[in-house]
Design a protein around this ligand. Structure first.
Ligand SMILES: NC(=O)c1ccc[n+]([C@@H]2O[C@H](COP(=O)([O-])OP(=O)(O)OC[C@H]3O[C@@H](n4cnc5c(N)ncnc54)[C@H](O)[C@@H]3O)[C@@H](O)[C@H]2O)c1
Length: 303
């Protein structure tokens, strides 16, 4: 056992499988007491079972760690509150929360139903809010704590997962808001964008060039939860971890600006904007266009 998180109490949502499970096991192995939350659902969010969370608690206990299971749905306020209340009643404090729980309902935007949109936003975005909300109220009084949200490279946009991409973009803004609002209380907030082999990544239609294991992601999360990261005042950041690679994402900022001489009119903007303010090319759109061009070239008969 390591001692990176000795004495800390950490709650992990979606901790029954994949990345969340690896995070929960790593936190326990580094000395933390762990609240293992998982609703135990299918990849689309159906057929809940409490066995999934309970089995990870058994794994932690078998390795001489301490853990407690909460099989609630994070998309409810009661679920988020119960995770934090369980930490407090069982272990007396909450030092870190890691919101990993997620589902997928893939569909092109023009075909997407409300039943495909709402639960994805509810699980990812609201499910991060419910836990951050309950945890931050305690951490504010403690004067310390760490919040970790899970986003995806997909926050840049997605062809057939507008629901998931929107939720993941929202989580980044939620994390930055938490970093700003809780800074004076000694609470940090960061986001992780993983790429790791799980049942969820097995569902991605395109080949992932850079991918690793859930344990790679867990190592980064343990670091972000530790005093080592808190001493460096790491907050408001988004990190990708994909096997051997860790990358930091840029903060959003204005790229170029222009000022009107007098009031703007559509005519003035039409003359001015393309050549001055211009655009910022979308890397993912360029990638899509390159893929389409390569596919078209393959289809063309040899000259
Ligand atoms: N695997 C990747 O490469 C990858 C890439 C980008 C982002 N992510 C994100 O990382 C996180 C973990 O993904 P994973 O690949 O380990 O997925 P996974 O499907 O293996 O695990 C997700 C877990 O969340 C649980 N869950 C779902 N809805 C819940 C709810 N309402 N309340 C509580 N628990 C719930 C599920 O039961 C499941 O055990 C997700 O947020 C995902 O969007 C993963």
């Amino acid at each position: 056992m390591g001692n990176f998180l000795a004495g800390k109490v950490i709650a992990v949502t979606g901790a029954g499988r994949g990345i969340g499970r690896a995070v929960a096991l790593a936190c326990a192995a580094e000395g933390a007491k762990v609240v293992v939350n998982d609703y135990g659902v299918s990849i689309e969010g159906g057929e809940p079972t409490s066995e999934i969370a309970a089995s990870v608690v058994k794994e932690i206990e078998a390795a001489d760690g301490e853990a407690v299971a909460v099989a609630d749905d994070v998309s409810t306020m009661e679920g988020g509150q119960r995770i934090i209340d369980t930490a407090l009643t069982r272990y007396g404090r909450i030092d870190g929360v890691v919101c990993v729980a997620g589902i997928l309902r893939e569909r092109m935007l023009f075909n997407m139903s409300e039943e495909e949109w709402d639960p994805v936003i509810a699980t990812h975005l609201k499910g991060t809010f419910t836990v951050f909300r309950a945890a931050s109220a305690v951490m504010r009084k403690q004067g310390s704590g760490t919040l970790i949200g899970f986003t995806s490279g997909n926050h840049q946009g997605s062809v057939a997962q507008a629901n998931y991409s929107s939720a993941k973009g929202g989580i980044i803004s939620l994390v930055r808001s938490a970093a700003l609002g809780l800074n004076k209380y000694g609470v940090t907030a960061n986001c992780v964008a993983p790429v790791a082999r799980t049942r969820m990544s097995a569902n991605v239609p395109m080949e992932l060039k850079e991918i690793g294991e859930p344990e790679d992601v867990a190592a980064l999360v343990v670091y972000l939860l530790s005093e080592r990261a808190r001493e460096e005042k790491i907050t408001g950041q988004v990190y990708t971890v994909a096997g051997p690679k860790i990358a930091v994402w840029a903060q959003p900022r204005e790229l170029r600006s222009a000022y009107a001489d007098g009031a703007w009119t559509p005519e003035k903007i039409a003359d001015f904007l393309p050549g001055t303010v211009g655009t910022d090319p979308m890397p993912m759109l360029a990638q899509l266009e390159a893929m389409a061009a390569a596919a078209a070239a393959k289809e063309r008969p040899n000259a």
